[in-house]
Design a protein around this ligand. Structure first.
Ligand SMILES: [Zn+2]
Length: 468
């Protein structure tokens, strides 16, 4: 049974439309839930955390993260999407062993928790044996993060003896759904990540129907470069759109595609930092919101960029404002509000993976996924508009304490239950071993033509040489 806690005297940013922001409130945590919320609750028999001069927010929700790439941190600061696909998907992914996936997911989930992200959609597309899948789940569970483990159905570049075809991979996903991920009440729940749609459409249909048979949320990379016929059009033509789909990127989605996603109840995960860097078009956030599509944010890959949502929120907001302001000249007002992007990263994100009644806002009865931010730090002092300051001034270094389902996973600056130094050594050793097996970092690029052996890019032009 989890501990009973009283967070006393905080500025509570609930992200709940009815409750709004509470200037000085207590939060009672009991049995993993938010048991009560209000001024001076008068509770004396709970462990007290004095959070006067702090902000309490819901845990942030990252709706697109390839957690397995944590050991590759920083290799791709200057990579295009084609560089990335060549280096990571073609050259490095075959050299990940199950133990590499485990340490990657453990450290990656802890990195997220450390930065106030309590829920991750883990798009786990480096599964070459059943042991890889179990290792990925083990890592998430060990970190005590809430996660949608989206089993990646994509094949690696080399044939896998253990999982040689789509049928075998679907069978392995079904194994997990029938065993350790049978319950949708656990912290780690089952999802499916489709192979990119540029595989034969018949295979994609098989994946979608099998995923629906498992009754789990489905996520897919979608329209990250111009294609002849979009994934949304293909699926709409077969009546396969649905509210269980989370579409990632959609930078090249047409207005018709956005309306189709909205009308079918689907949602979008945008990852502005990777999209802006890698040449995946302009982030869809503004267009998606204007079209009425539920939209959230993800960090995507720490192999290239950062792993915290404070950066993603500010980037998503300001780049959209920049584009709009450049279009209108001197703006009369800023239609995209700071509070809107916080809502995207909390409640909207939770709703997009079916967790809107569980997490994403602070309301009695919901699970206690909570973040305490140091509003007494200089970068948050004086505090004028708390909700806006979470977006505009806060950073991951302000995350002091984190609860997941009422359990403190980080307390007053310290990740609990882990020897972070030992984990760091294991992560570095994993990185070194993967790179060594892959023949070293120097040869990761320059072989982009091989991509065409593995993926039909849907009509996108593949540059003929690296760095072009
Ligand atoms: Zn991705």
């Amino acid at each position: 049974m989890s501990e009973r806690w009283l967070l006393r005297g905080a500025t509570v940013v609930t992200c709940d439309d009815e409750l709004g922001d509470l200037p000085r409130a207590d939060v009672l945590i009991e049995g993993g839930k938010i048991a009560a919320l209000g001024a001076d609750l008068g509770v004396s028999d709970a462990r007290v955390l004095d959070v006067a001069d702090k902000i309490v927010t819901p845990g942030l929700v990252d709706t697109h993260r390839h957690t397995w790439q944590t050991p590759l941190r920083g290799l791709g600061a200057d990579w295009t999407v084609m560089d990335y696909l060549s280096a990571v998907r073609v050259k490095l992914s075959p050299h990940f062993r199950a133990e590499d996936i485990h340490i990657a997911n453990l450290c990656g989930a802890l990195e997220a928790l450390d930065a106030g992200i309590t829920t991750i959609v883990d798009y786990s597309h480096c599964i070459t044996t059943p042991e890889h899948a179990d290792a990925a789940i083990d890592g998430l569970e060990r970190a005590r993060a809430r996660a949608l483990f989206a089993y990646g159905l994509a094949a690696g570049p080399e044939p896998s003896a253990a999982l040689p075809d789509t049928g075998a991979r679907l069978g392995d996903a079904e194994r997990l759904r029938r065993s350790r991920l049978a319950s949708d009440a656990g912290l780690v729940r089952m999802g499916i990540a489709l192979t990119e749609m540029q595989i034969p459409w018949e295979e994609s249909k098989k994946e979608i129907r099998a995923a629906r048979g498992l009754g789990v949320p489905i996520t897919l990379h979608c329209s990250a470069w111009p294609v002849d016929k979009s994934e949304v059009q293909l699926m709409a033509g077969e009546g396969l759109l649905g509210a269980d789909l989370l579409y990632v990127h959609c930078t090249f989605s047409s207005e018709d595609d956005l309306r189709a996603i909205r009308d079918s109840g689907g949602a979008i995960a945008a990852t502005p930092e990777t999209e802006l860097q890698m040449g995946m078009g302009f982030p869809v956030v503004g267009r998606a919101l204007r079209a009425g599509v539920r939209c959230s944010l993800g960090c995507d890959v720490v192999s290239s960029n950062g792993g915290d949502l404070f950066t993603a929120m500010r980037l998503a907001l300001q780049v959209e404002r920049g584009a709009e302001n450049a279009r209108v000249g001197l703006p009369q007002s800023l239609p995209f509000k700071a509070a809107r992007v916080l809502r995207m990263t909390t409640l909207d994100a939770a709703e997009s993976i079916g967790l809107g009644t569980v997490t994403g806002s602070i309301r009695p009865g919901k699970d206690a996924d909570l973040v305490v931010l140091s509003a007494d730090a200089l970068n948050l002092t004086p505090l004028a508009r708390p909700r806006d300051s979470v977006v505009m001034q806060a950073h991951a270094g302000n995350v002091e304490t984190v609860f997941v389902r009422g359990e403190a996973v980080k307390l007053e600056g310290v990740l609990l239950g882990h020897d972070v130094g030992a984990l760091r050594r294991r992560l570095v050793a994993s990185r070194d071993a993967v790179l060594e097996r892959a023949g070293g970092a120097a040869g990761l690029l320059g072989d982009i033509g091989r991509l065409a052996e593995h993926w039909d890019m849907g009509g996108a032009a593949i540059p003929s040489a690296a760095g072009t």
